[in-house]
Design a binder for this molecule. Structure first.
Ligand code: ATP
Length: 315
């Protein structure tokens, strides 16, 4: 028996960040949009917890207990009073440390896959609370589509989206650590009053109406100056996408992936081609949004384990 779950990446169309709280976290108004760029996680019974990863960025994914997918499997097993005897195989297509919540996506996918494999039928609210314990972005990876996250981003309210938005995502060389970007945000804000974060009514209306021009006029990422300060080369990528006709160009979450909103699918293809040719990014690819959250896409009663390509194992 094996279960395969597909899970999307995200872009933050608004990321309003408040002042640091006493616990070190920041209050957020975080408008998440799931995009059709996916990892898949396959769970198969095994002796103990095993982890394998394939994909272009696989070498950057930790295979030890810090891997969020492994932590998700352990958290679910502990709650169910059983051992996490599972081989998790991650087919990784979401850029690593790119500001697209790839690790969070794998955690949500692993939870759904293990829940199905172990026949637990864990209530959705319980899965969501395990997700929130694992990280601020993990609950959104479970639900997908579009949502407003408040608190440190983990309190979610679903949002209506009235159409399909077409994006281009440009991967940058190297990654940016999310905590480092928040530290830089705090440094840049020193001595300034940071307003309490609130969702923009105009942006929520643009999503509801499915209007890319209105969305382009309202996208906003408070972490962008911090990401640009740590990786100034991103400014050239943003400029290249704007020159190629993007309606909006922004850093995705904590970066360094950059996101470009296009008028329609053909425009997105043209922008991706121009960005690739510009030499200002590692690669550029199109993706549409919204996209569903972590979903079971395959149940194989008797998989041939040898067909799973493995980079490395964690015993
Ligand atoms: P976010 O957008 O949520 O801030 P991110 O997209 O910037 O996250 P991730 O790809 O989630 O970043 O990776 C952040 C770090 O998490 C990586 O550098 C890696 O060390 C660690 N990590 C743990 N588990 C995973 C996983 N399954 N996939 C990728 N990275 C993981």
């Amino acid at each position: 028996m094996s279960i395969t779950v597909r899970v999307p990446a995200k872009v933050n169309v608004q990321l309003a960040v408040g002042a640091p709280r006493p616990d070190g976290y920041h209050d957020l108004a975080n408008v998440f949009l799931a995009v059709g760029l996916y990892d898949t996680v396959t769970a198969t019974p095994a002796d103990g917890l095993r982890l394998t990863v394939t994909g272009p960025d696989a070498a950057q994914v930790p295979l030890d207990g810090s891997n969020l997918a492994a932590r998700a499997a352990l958290a679910l097993a502990e709650r169910a009073g059983r051992t996490a005897d599972v081989h998790l195989h991650i087919a990784k297509d979401i850029p690593v440390a790119g500001g697209m919540a790839g690790g969070s996506a794998d955690a949500a996918a692993a939870l759904v896959a293990c829940d199905a494999l172990w026949g637990l039928a864990t209530p959705r609210e319980v899965l969501l609370s395990i997700c929130a314990d694992l990280g601020s972005d993990v609950p959104f990876s479970l639900v997908g589509e579009a949502a407003l996250g408040t608190g440190r981003g983990e309190k979610l309210e679903p949002l209506e989206v009235g159409g399909t938005f077409h994006w281009v995502f440009a991967a940058a060389d190297g990654g940016l650590s999310t905590p480092a970007v928040y530290r830089e945000f705090d440094r840049l804000c020193e001595g300034r009053e940071v307003p309490a974060p609130t969702a923009s009514p105009a942006l929520l209306a643009a999503l509801r109406e499915g209007d890319p021009h209105a969305l382009a006029a309202t996208v906003d990422n408070d972490l962008q100056p911090a990401a640009l300060s740590l990786n100034p080369a991103l400014a050239a990528t943003l400029a290249a996408g704007t020159e190629a006709g993007a309606l909006a160009a922004l850093v995705s979450g904590s970066g360094p992936t950059t996101a470009f909103l296009a008028e329609d699918a053909p425009a997105a293809a043209r922008i991706a081609e121009a960005l690739t040719a510009s030499g200002t990014c590692r690669s550029a690819r199109v993706a549409a949004s919204p996209a569903p959250g972590a979903t079971v896409v395959g149940q194989d009663p008797e998989p041939d384990r040898d067909t799973v390509p493995a980079r490395a194992d964690q015993g």
